[in-house]
Design a protein around this ligand. Sequence first.
Ligand SMILES: NC(=O)c1ccc[n+]([C@@H]2O[C@H](COP(=O)([O-])OP(=O)(O)OC[C@H]3O[C@@H](n4cnc5c(N)ncnc54)[C@H](O)[C@@H]3O)[C@@H](O)[C@H]2O)c1
Length: 245
Amino acid sequence: MAGLLAGKKALVTGSASGIGAAIVAEFVAQGASVFGVDKNASAHQPSAQFDLSNVAGLPELVASAEKEIGEIDILVNCAGMAIGELIPDLTWEAYDKTLRVNLHSPVFLMKYLGVKMVARGYGRIVNITSVHGQYSEEKAMSYDVSKGGLNSATRTAALEFAPNNVLVNAVAPGFTDTPMSSNKGKSELESEWFQTVYVKYSKIPQLRAAQPWEQAKHVAWLASSENTYCTGQVLLVDGGMSARF
Ligand SMILES: NC(=O)c1ccc[n+]([C@@H]2O[C@H](COP(=O)([O-])OP(=O)(O)OC[C@H]3O[C@@H](n4cnc5c(N)ncnc54)[C@H](O)[C@@H]3O)[C@@H](O)[C@H]2O)c1
């Protein structure tokens, strides 16, 4: 099949929903074979239902992905979770789980798959972080730490893997219309707070949230062989939000 990712094999986490599901759809449309990973069932097959807080289970997960689609050329770490909490309410359990899902599993997937990519002399890794990797907010300690850590891990892996044509970048979304933007079934993007601060007072210069496919397009290009010389970068896809002082 022709396309930006023709013949490439990709492991994409967070494949059941939102940005991850959009990445899977874009990758398939661009000719890739995709193995999805999510704690929930994914519409796409083949996929594994796997809880990424289980870092010790990753070697087995990688082996089952390779058994299904063969050697992996592209890794996308997209699965993520956020538990909003003020510091006095921070618990070790929630902090530890957020870091295992958002940071430790992505780092060890980069290790297990990146080492093989290095040996073969080709690979592309894209980590989905967040504007929270660079900018912080109250009630987001665990999430902010995890996303800042993954931006750092992106740079470290990029440096180690660069000589072997394994390029590692991050896409850092701003507000994106997915289930993560909802609280108790209500979309925060429809709230008075979002419509006033971000739209009316134009904190987002483009005056709207992104759709998941708008994130997926950037991920596909960074993950493709069209990208030959960009590594160690964090691409903020946030409607211009971070451009303003
Ligand atoms: N939506 C936004 O506004 C936004 C903004 C910045 C960054 N992000 C990041 O984008 C990524 C995708 O989020 P989304 O907005 O599509 O949200 P989403 O809730 O639609 O998707 C997240 C996916 O991750 C999976 N997941 C969560 N915990 C898991 C675990 N323990 N094991 C395996 N899978 C698990 C969920 O089941 C879900 O399918 C996340 O890393 C998130 O932090 C989202």
